[in-house]
Design a protein around this ligand. Structure first.
Ligand code: MG
Length: 254
């Protein structure tokens, strides 16, 4: 069942989204070769708790950390580690969520570490733009799969592949609510979009068409070929007055 948010809940999600965006932006400014992924996790947890929030991911199904820190072929759910250091040319995906006053927000971005090659740069550009293609379909009266279709076709036309095994989701009192939002598929299906719907839209895209697999740590998802993958996510709320991307802020472009 899709839970519609009240205007009071939407206001809280907007506040939380701004805090999360500022947190992620602060993390991204620290990205450089040599830093450990644990550094980013420690910083993220401190910033979230200082702002009066609680990390959404920590303890979720037993997940041990505040962020997902996924590098290169790692798609999502990479576990931060004091052993893992960023290297020049890596693509580093940070997925992060917080809950405050009972409402979750969730976002992700991928950044290059130092100079990255042309494929990595293009994959990041296409991934970010595909998220916005999806967000543009968040309109009253559209159907849910219009979002999926817009993302999937954009990525396909760019010559890359969406990850099909992991999807976006409704969000609010729970981190993951109905509906599921795949990043591919035909348009015109699923529920109609209504005011009060809150969604985390999150294309994960990659250079290969093979199925992903999960590493022995039982969390880290990697591409089938070992090729690069990127991840971009915003939390969006649909209101009577239009779409609000609640996780915009910091220095990010609109
Ligand atoms: Mg999410």
């Amino acid at each position: 069942m899709i839970e519609l948010k009240t205007s009071a809940e939407i206001s809280v999600m907007q506040e939380n989204g701004l805090l999360l965006a500022q947190t992620l932006h602060a993390l991204c400014k620290q990205v450089q070769p040599g830093r450990t992924t644990q550094f980013f996790d420690d910083m993220a947890e401190a910033l979230i708790r200082d702002a009066g929030g609680i990390p959404s991911f920590k303890g979720y199904s037993g997940y041990p950390a505040t962020i997902n820190a996924s590098i290169n072929e790692e798609v999502v759910h990479g576990i931060p580690s004091p052993e893992r250091r960023l290297e020049e040319g890596d693509v580093f995906s940070i997925d992060i969520g917080l809950v405050r006053d009972g409402l979750h927000v969730d976002m992700a971005t991928t950044v290059g570490v130092g100079q990255v090659d042309q494929t990595a740069r293009r994959l990041m550009d296409v991934g970010e733009r595909s998220l916005w293609e999806g967000i543009e379909q968040v309109k009253i009266g559209n159907r849910l799969s219009d979002i999926s279709h817009a993302i999937g076709t954009y990525v396909e036309l760019a010559g890359f592949y969406v990850v099909k095994e992991y999807v976006g989701h409704g969000i609010g009192k729970a981190l993951h609510e109905d509906p599921q939002i795949p990043n591919y598929g035909p348009p015109g299906h699923g529920p109609r979009l209504r005011p009060g719907m809150a969604m985390a839209i999150e294309p994960m895209i990659k250079v290969d068409s093979m199925a992903t697999r999960v590493l022995a740590d039982r969390w880290t998802v990697v591409t089938g070929s070992g090729g690069l993958s990127v991840h971009f996510e915003h939390t969006i709320v649909l209101t009577e007055n239009g779409t609000v991307v609640v996780t915009l802020g910091g220095d990010e472009k609109a």
